[in-house]
Every structure is written in C-alpha cells, then in structure tokens.
Design a protein around this ligand. Structure first.
Ligand SMILES: Nc1nc2c(c(=O)[nH]1)N[C@H]1C(S)=C(S)[C@@H](COP(=O)(O)O)O[C@H]1N2
Ligand SMILES: [Mo]
Length: 350
C-alpha cells in the first residue's frame, strides 16, 4: 500500500491547507486518491486552471466509448441483453443523462480510481453466473440466481436523480426491482433492524483489489436501516436504459437509494445480511468524520472540505463547462422519505 500522504486525517476542527483543498477540487475522495495524485505530479494546475483538465478527461471519455465496444467483443464479456421491463411511475419529467456519460464517468474503485477506469478495465469481469445470498436475521435464508430473479420479478423502469458526494449529479433511467420485494422472500425476523450489503471480492478480475493503492479494505460494504431498505424508492437495479447493467455500473445487480449520496449505491452485490446492529460501511470506516452512515443528500451539511450546496450536472455542458444547479434536501425525494428521519438532527446523523 502506498501511504505517502504526509497529513494526518483531518479531525473535527476541519482545518485543511490550501494544497489539500486544491487536491480535493478534483479528487474529492482523497483518502484513496491522494497517493496517486501525488505520484503523478506535483505540478498540476491550480484550481483556477482546472477546466482544461476536465476537457482532457472528457476527451478521454469519448475515446473510451470506441475502445470499450471493441474490448467487449474481444474478451467475451457478458453482452448487454435487453430487459422486458414495465414502466414505473418515477421521474418522467427528468431528462436522462446520456448512456455514454452514465457508462464512462464512474466510481467503481475495484476497477481503478479514475472515472474512466471502470469502462476500460471491466472487460474481463464475469457477471454470469451470479447468485445473491440473503442471510442473517431471517426466517428463510435464500440464494437467488440473478436470471431467476429477473424472470420472477419483472424489472420496472424508473428515472432517478443521482447525486455523488463529490458534488456532481446525473439522471439515470434504471431498470430494477424494489428491494422490499426481494427482502420479503427471506422473511426478515422482527429483531432485524439493518441490512448489510457486500460487494464481490475477486482480485483476479478486479485490478483495484490487487494493486493495493487504496485504503478500502475489500470487499466494499454498505448498509441501510431496515426501514430505509423497505422504502418503496429503494431499488435493486439490474439494468439501465432497458438493457442489463454494464459491468462499470455494478453488474449484475446494485443498490440505488436516490435520496442518499451515490456511495451508498453499492455495486455488484453478492450478499445481504439482516442484522440487529448497524453494520460497518466502507467510506465511513475510511473517514468517519467525512462520510456518515446515513449519507442523506443535504445542501445544508457541507462536507468538511467542500460545499454540498450545489452540484455539477454531468453532460449538461458545452465546451465551456457544465451547468451547476442547487442541491436539494434528500435529493428532492423528501416527500417520500423525510418521515424516516423525523426528530433526528441531520447534522449529527450525516
Ligand atoms: N462496489 C462499489 N460500489 C460503489 C462504488 C465503488 O467504488 N465500489 N462507488 C460508489 C460511488 S462513490 C458512486 S458515486 C456510485 C457511482 O455509480 P455509477 O458509476 O453507476 O454512476 O457507485 C457507488 N458504488
Ligand atoms: Mo460517489
């Protein structure tokens, strides 16, 4: 593991130097990314000069589109198959982000730290065959085959906004199954209060799990309170834009919790464990003062190193950059979920 960052983790006083602030302008999750950034160069542009870097990254994304298609054919990855979906009632007024942006601007650290790494490096990831295990505080532990799951629960298409903790957002047309429908199959016990989710652990197929650059201890884990998991908005996505999920978006199934920051949306899930106590979560373990268990989108609770009041809209820009828009409490889904947090101080339980 490369650990050459000289600063201690920021504590509650939220004191950060200029250099840290500069890094976080484009590496907002630096507890992992910092080492790479430093080893690449010390002479990166100042924050005011960062836009050209963005152009550069976007140009690479365009190149990746072509590269991705041929790589997929060569390595025999699972090809996208169309899904028989039924229309859901969410987000009809939203304009979805382009498929190219949704599939080439990704956070999936198992494949690498760069937004373009997941599309480039997921060519030999095998998302079939795949089983999902539901265990723990349940009356009927189950192991479900992904294709069986899709066949027995006709996926619903739902357009959701997605807000990453790094202050950018997209609109994604997911195809998925309400998580509640799946959890009920296992008959959670009355004592169950939380659901713990575990991502795939396969260093041979996931370069990020063997290169040792990160501080995440694999596999990636996440969690929800049981009432959050059972909320009708919470989706287990098996596809997007009417086709099975691309590997870089978390094939074959990933969590979507649209009122929370994107890191709650754990990808390529293998196991769900019903628990009586709050489970550990990857980002919280890494930097507890920066990433809470709840991670509800909230413009009034800033990240210690940047504002959460507004967000960059991916794909909205012409050549001169992307539009920003105000961030909304619970990402605009307050009508459906605010009651879950009645009486809770959202600054304490961030
Ligand atoms: N297993 C796993 N799940 C993950 C991540 C990850 O690195 N590993 N990144 C999270 C983050 S930070 C975000 S913003 C979303 C990104 O989802 P997308 O690439 O489909 O837009 O996935 C989340 N799920
Ligand atoms: Mo994120």
């Amino acid at each position: 593991m490369v650990q050459i960052w000289p600063w201690p983790k920021p504590r509650g006083n939220r004191q950060t130097g200029n250099f840290v602030r500069f890094l976080s302008a484009w590496t907002p999750l630096p507890f992992i990314r910092r080492d790479i950034v430093i080893s690449r160069s010390f002479s990166e542009p100042r924050p005011s000069e960062i836009t050209p870097k963005e152009y550069y990254l976007r140009r690479r994304m365009v190149l990746a589109v072509t590269g991705f298609l041929s790589a997929g054919a060569a390595t025999g990855t699972v090809k996208a198959a169309s899904l028989a979906t039924r229309p859901g009632g969410f987000g009809k007024a939203e304009t979805p982000t382009s498929l190219a942006d949704i599939t080439h601007y990704n956070n999936f650290y198992e494949f690498g730290l760069d937004k373009s790494d997941p599309a480039r490096l997921s060519g030999s990831f095998h998302s079939r065959p795949w089983t999902l295990r539901i265990q723990g505080a349940v009356a009927k532990p189950v192991i479900i085959d992904i294709d069986q799951l899709i066949a027995t629960h006709q996926p619903e298409s739902r357009i959701y906004r997605m807000r990453c903790v790094e202050a950018w957002s997209m609109v994604i047309p997911w195809d998925g199954i309400p998580l509640a429908d799946i959890l009920r199959q296992a008959e959670p016990l009355g004592s169950a209060k939380f659901v713990a989710f575990t991502s795939v652990l396969r260093p041979d197929e996931l370069p990020g799990q063997r290169s040792g650059y990160g501080s995440i201890s694999w596999p990636y884990v996440e969690g929800l309170r049981l009432d959050e998991a059972m909320n009708p908005l919470t989706l287990l996505a098996v596809g997007l834009y009417g086709e099975t999920l691309p590997s870089q978006n978390g094939a074959p199934l990933r969590l979507v919790v649209p009122w929370k920051y994107g890191f709650k949306g754990i990808k390529s899930i293998t196991t769900m464990t019903l628990m009586e106590t709050m489970p550990p979560t990857s980002w919280n373990q890494l930097a507890p003062q920066e990433y809470g268990f709840y991670a509800n989108v909230n413009p009034d609770v800033d990240h210690p190193r940047w504002s959460q009041a507004s967000e960059r809209v991916i794909g909205s820009g012409g050549f001169f950059g992307e539009r920003r828009q105000p961030t909304r409490l619970f990402n605009g889904y307050g009508d459906q979920v605010a009651h879950l947090y009645a009486g809770m101080d959202l600054k304490t339980f961030f």
